[in-house]
Design a protein around this ligand. Structure first.
Ligand code: KIV
Length: 282
């Protein structure tokens, strides 16, 4: 049987089963139709429409300026490209922090207008009530602990989290609290590997790590990072699985050279017309 036929739609149930069966879960970011289609066809189980799109697609220096409209626009495009992956959309800065009511309305918009299957929001115990209310509206919630980029200004920069006794204990408790509030999974970002492994053991929902070691139930990366599309930027936790940035730049340069030299388009790229049609033109 073809790989394509054997695949099944991934849902909260299949990722939970994967944890129970000790099978790793794969997640990558995507922000548009064509990339989502490629990632889905590669068999990746979850696609995150991350608010990282503010940085990697829109060129902002952080994620804070991303709007609900940005998220809905990109989530819709991703959802159109996906058959089997579970699409998770990030709740952007101030789309849920303001009130439980805003959290439910905006999560609902990501599902209703964006066609996401789940939403992700950053933070622990302070958003337990929000997670519970969104979950009660039948919208699955993925939590996000550790380095939470929307709190960049509160942290004073992008730093590994949970290193002190107190911070590690708080992170473990936050994981338990958001699980209890109804979260279906939790992203652990830039957390020491041993702490992430312990959290993974202690909670029953899947942990998806980024910079959190191999002990998590799954992994997520930003696709531009793992394809080396930004040559000069490589966080410690990123492995480059391709050198696509260089290949793309070379292809763009080759195209430019051939257009300027008049060698593209060649005969085989052009459409024909009978000579007598041309000859009769005046
Ligand atoms: O926005 C994003 O891409 C994320 C991942 C880094 C987990 O939240």
């Amino acid at each position: 049987m073809e790989l394509e036929e054997r695949r099944m739609k991934n849902t909260v149930v299949t990722i939970q089963k994967a944890k129970e069966n000790k099978e790793k879960v794969t997640m990558l970011t995507a922000y548009d139709y064509s990339m989502a289609k490629l990632i889905d066809e590669a068999g990746i189980e979850m696609i995150l429409v991350g608010d990282s799109l503010g940085m990697v697609m829109l060129g902002y220096e952080d994620t804070l300026s991303v709007t609900m409209e940005d998220m809905i626009h990109h989530t819709r495009a991703v959802a159109r490209g996906v058959k089997n992956a579970m699409v998770v959309a990030d709740m952007p800065f101030l789309s849920y922090q303001t009130s439980v009511y805003d959290a439910v309305c905006n999560a609902g918009r990501l599902m209703k207008e964006g066609r996401a299957q789940a939403v992700k929001l950053e933070g622990g115990r302070e958003f337990a009530e929000h997670i519970r209310a969104i979950t009660n509206a039948s919208i699955p919630v993925v939590g996000h602990l550790g380095l939470t980029p929307q709190s960049l200004n509160a942290f004073g920069g992008f730093k590994v989290q949970g290193k002190t006794q107190e911070a590690a204990q708080k992170l473990l408790e936050d994981a338990r609290i958001i699980e209890e509030a109804g979260a279906v999974a939790v992203v652990l970002e830039c957390v020491p590997a041993k702490l992430a492994s312990l959290v993974t053991e202690k909670i029953h929902i899947p942990t998806i790590g980024i910079g959190a070691g191999a002990g998590c139930d799954g992994q997520v990366l930003v696709y531009q990072d793992m394809l080396a599309m930004f040559g000069d930027f490589k966080p410690k936790f990123v492995k480059r699985f391709g050198e696509i940035g260089t290949q793309m730049k070379e292809a763009f340069q080759k195209y430019s050279e051939e257009v300027k030299a008049g060698t593209f388009p060649a005969e085989e790229h052009t459409f024909k017309i009978e000579d007598d049609v041309i000859e009769k033109l005046y």
